[in-house]
Unconditional design. Structure first.
Lengths: 280, 129
């Protein structure tokens, strides 16, 4: 069993225990044990628009993983993007020196030994193990929405096609479910846009959900996507499709296919029945 | 960033408009930094979903992200971004932290979160304007 450090990010740490526990449970099945990185803070993203301290936060978090001696697993697109860009920026010796002066005051030192990797990147490297663990057929149509910020910029996030990503599709196909195409597959969920303009953010989400309505479930791999597409779904005023489209995080769907108890995945009984039918 | 540095960032842009074509904000009728790049005056550097598609498709390799970040420092921030900022400055997280965080985690059988000590947040932010 390989151990890695989990960086859940603010949203998942504080509001989405379901995503975190499903991730831990499912990764254990494929041979990865996750330990939360003690004292991990915000990745730094919200600071970047205002000042350069985002780099201090990102470097701090990477240092904590270094201190554990573990590579880092991330669950959100934005955290992944920020940590990758910070790692690249910190290759600059003078910047690293400056930031290490700050980190020294809390007994840390950035050496750039640890990598941040998004959950999807990790899972796509374990397709065989995933296939072996499937114990339940999911005769359902799945729409996937990709963690956009974890895929770009492509010179740093190099595990998938940056404009026509395949990794999530391959992961869902590995558990035997049917992945469907839909028009808004590559569009952003609107979650970050919501911070600047609620109407436009919700409109982006509505378009996505309307378009994904051809599927039985929409699957994401980012706390921000889950926030807008699932938790805010009631605010969207969808124009077509069922009253509510089921939106799960990727490990929740994988866990159901592995026969893991829905409660351990943070999936409610009604959702489980709707997806698994009478096989539950 | 000086005016000259901004000019340098814009130097390679040919205003081809590919960035604007892939921008979800523009698709929805808003005007993002891609409108600025196309020479329009009506835009907001904050209207962005952070999807990075514009930069990915730019045939000239323009660092659109840096241009946008620079422009943001000249514009009034929207309340949502400002509230995230205030939370990070105060708690070290984008969302306010209180005891309910660990109550919710316990309810789901997760380990108690070991949060960043307040003193460390101050150290990381030292010198911040």
């Amino acid at each position: 069993m390989r151990t890695m450090g989990l960086f859940p990010g603010c949203l998942v740490l504080q509001r989405m225990p379901q995503y975190e526990k499903a991730t831990k449970r499912v990764l254990r099945e494929v041979g990865v044990h996750l330990e939360n990185i003690p004292h991990a803070a915000c990745c730094g993203a919200p600071l970047e628009s205002f000042n350069d301290k985002w780099l201090h936060f990102a470097a701090y978090n990477l240092c904590l993983a270094e201190r554990m001696g573990r590579d880092m697993v991330t669950l959100c697109g934005n955290c992944t993007n920020v940590l990758l860009r910070a790692s690249a920026a910190l290759d600059d010796t003078s910047l690293r020196l400056e930031i290490n002066e700050t980190l020294d005051k809390i007994g840390l030192r950035y050496d750039g030994r640890m990598e941040a990797r998004h959950l999807v990147q990790l899972l796509v490297e374990h397709l065989d193990e995933l296939r072996e663990k499937v114990s339940r057929e999911l005769p359902i149509k799945v729409a996937v929405t990709h963690p956009c910020q974890a895929l770009r910029p492509s010179e740093l996030a190099r595990f998938d096609d940056p404009l026509k990503p395949q990794a999530m599709r391959r992961i869902v196909e590995a558990i035997g479910a049917d992945v469907v195409d839909y028009d808004a597959e590559h569009d952003c969920c609107g979650s970050t846009l919501y911070l600047a303009d609620e109407r436009l953010g919700l409109e982006a989400g509505r378009r996505k959900l309307d378009s994904a309505g051809v599927a039985d479930v929409l699957v994401d791999a980012c706390g921000n996507c889950q926030l807008l597409l699932d938790r805010f779904q009631g605010l969207l005023g969808k124009s077509s499709g069922p009253a509510k489209l089921t939106v799960l995080t990727l490990p929740q769907l994988l866990g159901l296919a592995m026969g893991i108890d829905a409660e351990d995945l943070g999936v409610g009984p009604a959702t489980t029945r709707a997806l698994l039918g009478s096989s539950v | 960033m000086s005016g000259g540095e901004m000019e340098a960032l814009l130097e390679d842009c040919t205003q081809c408009g590919l960035c604007r074509e892939v921008c979800i904000v523009e698709t929805l009728g808003g005007h993002s930094i891609t409108s600025f790049l196309c020479g329009e005056e009506e835009y907001s550097s904050w209207l962005c979903s952070s999807c990075w598609r514009c930069q990915e498709v730019c045939p000239q390799g323009v660092d659109i992200h840096s241009i946008m970040m620079e422009k943001r420092r000249e514009e009034e921030p929207p309340a949502g971004h400002e509230s995230n900022l205030v939370n990070v400055l105060r708690f070290g997280y984008a969302l306010p932290v209180d005891d309910s965080v660990n109550e919710l985690r316990r309810l789901h059988g997760l380990d108690e979160a070991q949060l960043i000590p307040g003193e460390w947040v101050k150290i990381l932010l030292q010198g911040q304007e």
